[in-house]
Each structure stands twice: as structure tokens, then as C-alpha cells.
Design a protein around this ligand. Structure first.
Ligand code: FES
Length: 185
């Protein structure tokens, strides 16, 4: 397992903030997962050693919290918001359309590793739901026929060049040629 110098520094900084090393477990897991995408058995043992606890203490956290993963997501990971404002605007239907068109159930990775879908809580863009994220790009108002076209473009690998769908982040770039967008989450 290899972690960047930056992540290792953050880990070294975060541990002493807690009265006991073991109390930093969740923070350390998040830092590692942010870089690697998931926590393998090897990583689990590495974190446990670092915090002077047993791997099972880390494993139980990973298996308890749904945002923590033991296996990686697919090449294209799609997140659909299911929290009330997006749900009221049709995100359950959006998720179903994506599942059908992409051929994978939410919470799973397609067999060929191309797509995975996560139906999850708020993606922090509540006024423009249903919100769908593809990787780190945020798309708004994805529902009904719109969701079908969106899914078709994803399958055809044409979403990035589509004029019909511009991600929130790319919208910021086109509005402001000088300032780089900062991610809003
Ligand atoms: S409720 Fe969907 S982004 Fe917040």
C-alpha cells in the first residue's frame, strides 16, 4: 500500500489531536480512503498498527459506516442524491433509470468495472435536484426524459462533450475565465 506524502503528513498531524490514538481511527480511515478509494485488508492492518489497535477494530468501523468501503467503485462512479428535496423532485426515478440504462444496481459495481451507482444522502446542491454526480462533476435537474438522455450519453461516453448537460463545475469555469472553481463540498 502506498500513500502520498501529503496524506501521510495529514495522518501524522491528526493523530495527536486526540487523547488516545485509537480515537483518531475514523479520521485516519477517511484520509486513507480519500486517496485510495477503499480500505483493503492490507490497509486495514496498516491503520491498526499506526493506531496501536487490532485490525478488527478498524474492520468493524468500515463495515458499520456505509460511506466506508472495502472494495473500489467502478471506473465511472455515479452518485444520485436520495435526500428529501431531491427525492421530491424525482431522484428515485432517476436512480431507477440509471440502473436500467447502465445495467447495474445501486450499491454495486457492473461486472466489467465500467459503472457503479450509489444512491446516497445529500450531495450539497439541494435547490437544483435531482442531483447526480459523475466522479467529481455535479449535474443538476436530472429527472424523467432528461435522466434518460443523460444515461444514454453516459453509456455512449459522450457526456463530457454534450451541449445539453454541463456540470456545475464546468459551468463555473465558462462563467469565469480567470478564477478556477473551488469544489463546493
Ligand atoms: S437534497 Fe439532494 S443535493 Fe441536497
Amino acid at each position: 500500500m502506498e500513500l502520498s506524502k501529503e496524506t501521510l503528513t495529514k495522518i501524522e498531524e491528526v493523530i495527536p489531536r486526540y487523547p488516545e490514538k485509537r480515537s483518531a481511527a475514523l479520521m485516519v480511515i477517511h484520509l486513507v480512503q480519500d486517496e485510495l478509494g477503499f480500505i483493503s485488508d492490507e490497509t486495514c492492518s496498516w491503520i491498526a498498527e499506526k493506531l496501536e489497535i487490532e485490525p478488527i477494530n478498524i474492520k468493524e468501523l468500515i463495515t458499520f459506516y456505509p460511506m466506508l468501503r472495502e472494495t473500489p467503485w467502478a471506473k465511472k462512479h455515479i452518485r444520485v442524491c436520495r435526500t428529501l428535496p431531491c427525492a421530491l423532485r424525482g431522484s428515485y426515478g432517476t436512480c431507477k433509470i440509471l440502473e436500467d440504462k447502465l445495467g447495474v444496481k445501486e450499491g454495486h459495481v457492473r461486472e466489467d468495472g465500467e459503472f457503479s451507482i450509489e444512491f446516497m444522502e445529500c450531495l450539497a446542491d439541494c435547490g437544483e435536484g435531482p442531483v447526480v454526480m459523475v466522479g467529481e462533476d455535479t449535474y443538476e435537474n436530472i429527472e424523467g426524459k432528461n435522466a434518460e438522455s443523460f444515461a444514454d450519453l453516459l453509456v455512449q461516453e459522450k457526456l463530457d462533450t454534450s451541449k445539453d448537460f454541463t456540470s456545475y463545475e464546468n459551468g463555473l469555469v465558462s462563467k469565469s475565465p480567470v478564477s478556477k472553481p473551488t469544489k463546493k463540498k
